[in-house]
Ligand binder design. Sequence first.
Ligand code: SF4
Length: 400
Amino acid sequence: MTVNQEIDDILRRAADGGRISADEALLLYTEAPFHALGEAADAVRRRRYPDNIVTYLIDRNINYTNVCVTACKFCAFYRAPKHREGWTHPTEEILRRCGEAVELGATQVMLQGGHHPDYGVEYYEALFGAVKAAYPQLVIHSIGPSEIMHMARVSAVSIEDAVVRIQAAGLDSIAGAGAEMLPERPRRAIAPLKESGERWLEVMEVAHRHGLESTATMMMGTGETNAERIEHLRMIRDVQDRTGGFRAFIPWTYQPENNHLKGRTQATTLEYLRLIAVARLFFENVAHLQASWLTTGKDAGQLALHMGVDDLGSIMLEENVISSAGARHRSNLQELIGMIRTADRIPAQRDTRYRRMAVHRTPAEDPTDVRVVSHFSSIALPGGGAGRQLPLVDAGTTSE
Ligand code: SF4
């Protein structure tokens, strides 16, 4: 069999919903014709979602502190303990931001922060409990395995105890943060103090066993090989076979500003789109695939809708972590819906569990709230922008 025949066979099997191996996924990633790859991935999307709906979410990423002891080399957000630009937000400030988010129609908050040396399980119990008490309608989709390991270490409790306690306090699901690259070599190169990829997945397994579902992410473009990118997918799929707890896979591209990895090559748009398509074909056991318009730009985000993607993520009423490293793409509700519609898909607002809340079958059904706009870079403001109302930064100070 020639390589071309082999690729055709793999694409056909994957498009029909069959399982492909990691070696086959690597062959597709590196050798498959771009158009055929996208067609096969889109066939999977159409079979999974024959109603042609692409979803989006309204949420706010709220950071409780930028103080962190883990010093990942790719991270532009953190400040070491005692750094003069380090800040922590009191609960009142976090609740104020939650209140603004609710006012603008957000259904979810993503509470993210550094590994503060004093923040154990008790801190997170109090934080999640306070948010739930004030805004019971907000879904807390937050933190990741790294934070869980850190808080368990600070409080000297087991991972399981930490998971059970923060779930009881109000955590609804776990964000896939901190996955970066899971294979050992690239992970050590960019985050030497972070837990191993295996440990990251073990914590996810514990959470999934306790009914805390999650998403899984991947940051591509910090010098990893093609084989390591596919290995990252394989590690996630193996866990998913056991737990079924990953709701979605969300790859995004490394942003190169203001960190210690300057000079490394970012993933190209083509590499990103190929990875998206291969992920749709490889993850026959993961329901949803999300495009990251924040890091790749809106054009690539819309192209991803033709490569198997069924979700365009969030407006992000506030985002500081990735935008600190250079992501400058902004959007608003009308534009995000327009991206979906002009890709010949039907837009629908979803909740954290991917349940459709409102399907906009015609433009007449589109929401009209012009205040729902992404806002970035409160990290650049003294004290993390405490007390500032949305927009934290004027629209004119960030480019498209
Ligand atoms: S990525 Fe997270 S853990 Fe790593 S330095 Fe940044 S805030 Fe800390």
